[in-house]
Design a protein around this ligand. Structure first.
Ligand SMILES: Nc1ncnc2c1ncn2[C@@H]1O[C@H](COP(=O)(O)OP(=O)(O)OP(=O)(O)O)[C@@H](O)[C@H]1O
Ligand SMILES: [Mg+2]
Length: 246
């Protein structure tokens, strides 16, 4: 059964139609990837799933429940979490405070403390600086903090918006290792990426958006072999990371 089922989703920003009738399903336990050029509507799709952008038409079903009209905090309560583009950690707060924010809906403080400890084990750079401001972290470390914070919400579906953007090759490797580990632990992941090669290699299914519509979808190997897609996104002309490496 699909954990997330999106039917004919349309999103408008005033007179700009960002998504024009998208249908897409994410199965429980898989890594699904959404690809597409700048402006294709990838971030809008993720925003619509968490409730940050309103659906003007269509329906979102999560774990069998119609969530189309649910508020963002209610969707978070159902287990939907987004690590947005640009990470959005709070750089004036400490690393530990950032992690605790991820758990703000939880009442099981003991378990939260244990899970924060596990995150520090996994990312010693975060543990050593737990009481320092997050501004002291590199871009790659900030991305790990953003993912750690999302993990503390104990999500059923984690969505990542271009998590590899601006990261050094070493951190890109660590990021994709982490995505694989979280998925093996049972987490369903919806991954938006410009790094199409890596995303297709990590994913169980893929969808390519173009100007707010689904251009193609299916098995990652098939998408990777598609001549039109190769020409558009997978060739030597793939866009270089925009931000500085970290
Ligand atoms: N807040 C907004 N107000 C008006 N138009 C917007 C807004 N956010 C996005 N758009 C428009 O909606 C369309 C889809 O944008 P979106 O950010 O979803 O694309 P994207 O695929 O995530 O692009 P990128 O790869 O650059 O992140 C674009 O035409 C964009 O200009
Ligand atoms: Mg985007």
């Amino acid at each position: 059964m699909a954990l997330l089922d999106i039917q004919d989703l349309t999103v408008d920003y005033g007179r700009v139609r960002a998504l024009a009738g998208i249908s897409l399903a994410v199965r429980e336990g898989e890594v699904a990837t959404v690809l597409g050029a700048n402006g294709a509507g990838k971030s809008t799709l993720l925003r619509a799933i968490v409730g940050g952008a309103r659906a003007s038409a269509g329906r979102l079903t999560f774990a069998g429940e119609d969530i189309t009209r649910l508020a963002t905090h209610a969707r978070l309560g159902r287990g939907i979490v987004l690590v947005p583009e640009g990470r959005r950690i709070l750089i004036s707060m400490t690393i530990e405070e950032n992690l605790q924010l991820g758990a703000h809906l939880r009442r099981d403080g003991e378990a939260v403390r244990r899970e924060i400890g596990l995150i520090y084990e996994r990312f010693p750079n975060l543990g050593q600086r737990r009481h320092m401001r997050a501004s002291c972290l590199s871009g790659g470390e900030q991305q790990m903090l953003a993912i750690g914070r999302a993990m503390l919400a104990r999500p059923r579906l984690m969505m990542l918006d271009e998590p590899s953007l601006g990261l050094s090759p070493l951190f890109v490797e660590r990021l994709f290792d982490l995505i694989g580990e979280l998925n093996r632990d049972g987490l369903t992941i919806l991954l938006v990426e410009q790094n199409t090669g890596k995303a297709l290699a990590a994913a169980d299914s893929g969808t390519v958006l173009e100007l707010g519509r689904v251009l193609m979808s299916g098995e990652p190997a098939k998408l990777a072999a598609d001549p039109a897609l190769q020409a558009a996104y997978l060739g030597a002309a793939a866009p270089a990371p925009a931000a500085a490496t970290s």
